[in-house]
Design a protein around this ligand. Structure first.
Ligand code: PLP
Length: 359
């Protein structure tokens, strides 16, 4: 296998993929694959319950929070969140947003269809390379919640501390869930797509404080009404059974690695290695403020942009795949989620040094 630095769908643990392959035709001794069994039957329900309880254990999720396994991705939740929460605002539907990248911008745009989406702070003026100082956030008294993206996957900007706000904090954790220890009590809602640190695309996870349930706008589609889904084991419609099964295998793998705290340690070591290589080089540079550099999506650029293509091509020849940056920001991006081993980062760093020596 190659080292795959893709931002999502992203690399998954080899052990997990091997197990899934072994069980593809005959899962649980049933003589059929997990994709072929009823979501309501005993074997799948047991798999679902165990997956849920492993996630609760890994993230230390209190009973006062519901965990929903939904579909529609984080983009779908960008609509579901205002529909479920904006009615809690006291003077008409409204929420505050702190925008630190393109995913935050998209959340604002979608929420504005359902109420007032007030941008309380934005780092657009820095080209999304920083996080606005909380002292300067213009939070509203009458907003239902404050929305952030805890890790901006495209720009490579990550909150290193969860901000404390008086309203429920809603965080898009698509690209850093399970990569660092969160205190769930700091949040009203955490949500994200699975296709980075959890498993295949098709599953979205919503962790929501239970007192925030039951306020959805009447227009809310049933499948995105969190209270209704919470009452129905997230099974108002057929859930993405294969994605849930695979997420379950990843959660078991995470537990074998020592859990989220152990992963966080690894992620610090991996990202430090990459950033220190960038910082000590004459060819590579990072644009992101040191205080908010992402541990998951390391963005960097070549000071001589004419070398971009050769750098990407040379990397691919060595089995270092998908390191080209997002088209909106250019440069390079190495996504180093939980399943990227240290060996992958070491190989990338060696290649970067060798490339620079050859320039
Ligand atoms: N939010 C963040 C931070 C992302 O990185 C992504 C995508 O990859 C999304 C939202 C969109 O997620 P989805 O494609 O699951 O809707």
């Amino acid at each position: 296998r190659v080292f795959n630095f893709a931002p999502g769908p992203a690399t998954l643990p080899e052990e997990v993929l091997k197990q899934a392959a072994d069980e593809m035709l005959n899962w649980n001794g049933l003589g059929m694959g997990v994709m072929e069994v009823s979501h309501r039957g005993k074997p799948f329900m047991a798999c679902y319950e165990e997956t849920l309880s492993d996630l609760r254990e890994l993230m230390n999720i209190p009973d006062s929070y519901a965990v929903l396994f939904l579909q529609g991705g984080a983009i779908g939740e960008n609509a579901a969140i205002p529909m479920n929460l904006m009615p809690l605002a006291k003077n008409g539907p409204k929420a505050d947003f702190v925008v630190t990248g393109i995913w935050g911008e998209k959340s604002v745009k979608e929420a504005a269809k359902y109420g007032q989406a007030h941008v309380a702070a934005s780092s657009a003026n820095t080209g999304f390379t920083s996080i606005p100082d909380q002292k300067n956030w213009q939070l509203s008294d009458d907003a239902a919640y404050v929305h952030i993206c805890s890790n901006e996957t495209v720009g490579g900007v990550e909150f290193q501390q969860v901000p404390k706000v008086s309203k429920p904090l809603v965080a898009d954790v698509s690209s850093n869930i399970l990569s660092r220890v969160f205190d769930i009590n700091d949040f009203g809602v955490l949500f994200g797509g699975a296709q980075k640190n959890i498993g295949p695309a098709g599953l979205s996870i919503v962790i929501v404080r239970k007192d925030l349930l039951g306020h959805a706008m009447p227009i809310t589609p049933m499948v995105w009404d969190w209270a209704k889904q919470a009452e129905s084991d997230s099974m108002l419609n057929t859930p993405p059974t294969y994605s849930i099964y695979l997420a379950g295998l990843v959660f078991k793998w995470l537990k074998r690695q020592g859990g989220v705290a152990a992963m966080e340690k690894q992620n610090i070591a991996k990202s430090n290695l990459l950033y220190s290589t960038i910082d000590s080089s004459g060819l590579f540079a990072s644009k992101v403020d040191e205080s908010c550099r992402s541990r998951m999506n390391v963005t960097f650029y070549l000071k001589d942009e004419k070398l971009n293509e050769a750098f990407v091509e040379g990397a691919a020849k060595q089995g270092l795949m998908n390191i080209k940056g997002h088209k909106s920001v250019g440069g390079m991006r190495a996504s180093i989620y939980n399943a990227m081993p240290m060996a992958g980062v070491q190989a990338l760093v060696e290649y970067m040094k060798e490339f620079e020596r050859g320039c």
